[in-house]
Design a protein around this ligand. Structure first.
Ligand SMILES: [Fe+2]
Length: 225
């Protein structure tokens, strides 16, 4: 099964899609790239949003989109940017990929702050959730090194395969099972799905493992690091 683990395709839920037309286009491009399931991950920024409103907005967008789009299958989730105190947020578990304990976490733009790693640790230990770190290919070397040492799952953006240097770097990580899943991180009219298709080709036989990891995640099964 081909699963896109990270995409901004729910209409008017974040800056990923400003209309139903855009979302429908995005889903068509995903289907053309062979995607069977899209994990929809609108941004959640704790400093400018209220979780109750976010969940309502996401639900409404999901209902509206799935009235029209029957394929690919869409799962509700979020891309949760880390902010100080987020590990204590009420209803945080509702930002997980639906039906699972897996939560996609985005690193903040700050550099080298210890609270970030403590927060991930507590989301895992105290809240009992299973973090997936979003697009490690966009993190600084220093952040990536610390994240790779943690007991968390890691997502890579398909766009990383468009750069020779990054492609080499992420392939090495996929081969060592240090990173686990692939996402389009589609925004706007979703040209990212061309990258997604190419990335799977470049992964070759590893693509099966990557997609099998994604399938296990959406069924809330454990993945050994
Ligand atoms: Fe994203």
């Amino acid at each position: 099964m081909v699963i896109d683990m990270h995409a901004h395709i729910l209409p008017k839920t974040d800056h990923g899609s400003d209309s139903m037309e855009c979302s429908i286009q995005q889903c068509k491009k995903a289907a053309a790239a062979g995607v069977e399931t899209i994990v929809a991950t609108p941004h959640f920024y704790m400093d400018i949003d209220i979780i109750d409103y976010f969940l309502m907005r996401r639900e409404e967008a999901y209902i509206n989109l799935t009235k029209t789009v029957k394929y690919p299958k869409i799962l509700k989730a979020a891309e949760v940017t880390l902010f100080p105190g987020i590990e204590k947020l009420d209803r945080l578990d509702e930002l997980c990929i639906e039906g699972t304990d897996y939560i996609l976490l985005e690193m903040p733009n700050t550099t080298g702050d210890d609270w970030v790693y403590q927060s991930i640790f507590e989301i895992k230990g105290k809240r009992g959730l299973r973090p997936i770190i979003a697009h490690i290919d966009r993190c600084s070397k220093e952040k990536a090194k610390r994240l790779l040492e943690m007991d968390v799952l890691i997502q890579v953006n398909a766009a990383a395969f468009t750069s020779f240097k990054k492609s080499y770097y992420v392939m090495k990580l996929f081969k060592k099972n240090k990173v686990h899943v692939l996402g389009s991180d589609a925004h706007g009219f979703a040209d990212e799905y061309l990258d997604f298709h190419q990335a799977q080709k470049k992964l070759g036989s590893l693509a099966d493992t990557v997609m099998s990891n994604a399938e296990r995640i959406i069924h809330n099964e454990f993945i050994k690091k």
